[in-house]
Ligand binder design. Structure first.
Ligand SMILES: O=C([O-])CC(=O)C(=O)O
Ligand SMILES: [Mg+2]
Length: 229
């Protein structure tokens, strides 16, 4: 029989590093990290305007079975993000407002799930943000073993317990906790550079001039004409 575990100890990143990455946002952190860490676009925000950063508590569930989500709640702490995968593809609604209420009571910031959620109106109303592959009312059972705090693959990306998870309207990103300080420093540099660029673009400077793209366009054979020849 396969081994299943609920691992209690998770090495989390420093709160100030996580907060800096949350404020920078998914797109900036993705760039600052070297274009790594993104989950695929099929796991997407189910509300507008939520932006969270936290430590991953990972869950591996049998499809159509949310037993291990219930088991995971106990090992969550304030500032965590629950990250759920299934061992084969599933869009069943394995998470809803009752589980969200339980997680919120422990200070969990949100859910990232490579499966379905339901009770979405209530989830939005209570302000518990979710990023999911589907919204589907399909009910699930509590019958099969799985694991908590083992590495899982979510929307094509490997997420390990304690990874820094940043999620907003652009999607979800997870990077190893140890890389957090360096990525936060690179993100701060990027944000400063973008502030300067934003001012120039607002003043009417064109991107082709700001980024010196005219020589590139010419070298690529792009010709400016008044009418098609
Ligand atoms: O109970 C379930 O199976 C999932 C759900 O709808 C909830 O958490 O509210
Ligand atoms: Mg429900």
């Amino acid at each position: 029989m396969a081994s299943h575990y609920v691992v209690r100890t998770v090495h989390r990143a420093a709160a100030e590093v996580i907060e800096a990455l949350r404020q920078a946002g998914v797109a900036t952190v993705h760039e600052a990290a070297g274009r790594v860490g993104l989950l695929g676009p099929d796991v997407r925000a189910r509300q507008a305007g939520a932006a969270i950063g936290g430590s991953a508590i990972t869950v591996s569930c049998h499809p159509g079975d949310n037993l291990m989500i219930h088991a995971a709640v106990e090992v969550c702490r304030a500032g965590d993000v629950l990250v759920v995968a299934t061992t084969s593809p599933s869009t069943d609604g394995m998470f809803g407002d009752l589980l969200a209420t339980s997680l919120a009571a422990r200070g969990v910031l949100g859910l990232v799930i490579d499966a379905g959620v339901r009770d979405i109106a209530t989830l939005r109303g209570m302000g518990f943000p979710v990023w999911s592959r589907a919204v589907h009312a399909q009910g699930t059972v509590k019958a099969s073993p799985g694991s908590v705090n083992v590495p899982v693959v979510v929307a094509g990306h490997l997420v390990s317990p304690g990874d820094i998870v940043v999620a907003d309207d652009d999607g979800v990103l997870a990077i190893p906790a140890a890389t957090g300080p360096a990525v936060a420093a690179a993100a701060a540099q990027r944000l400063a550079a973008e502030t300067a660029k934003r001012e120039q673009l607002a003043g009417g400077t064109l991107g082709v001039d700001l980024y010196n793209l005219r020589p590139l366009l010419e070298s690529l054979g792009v010709r400016y004409v008044d009418q098609l020849p």
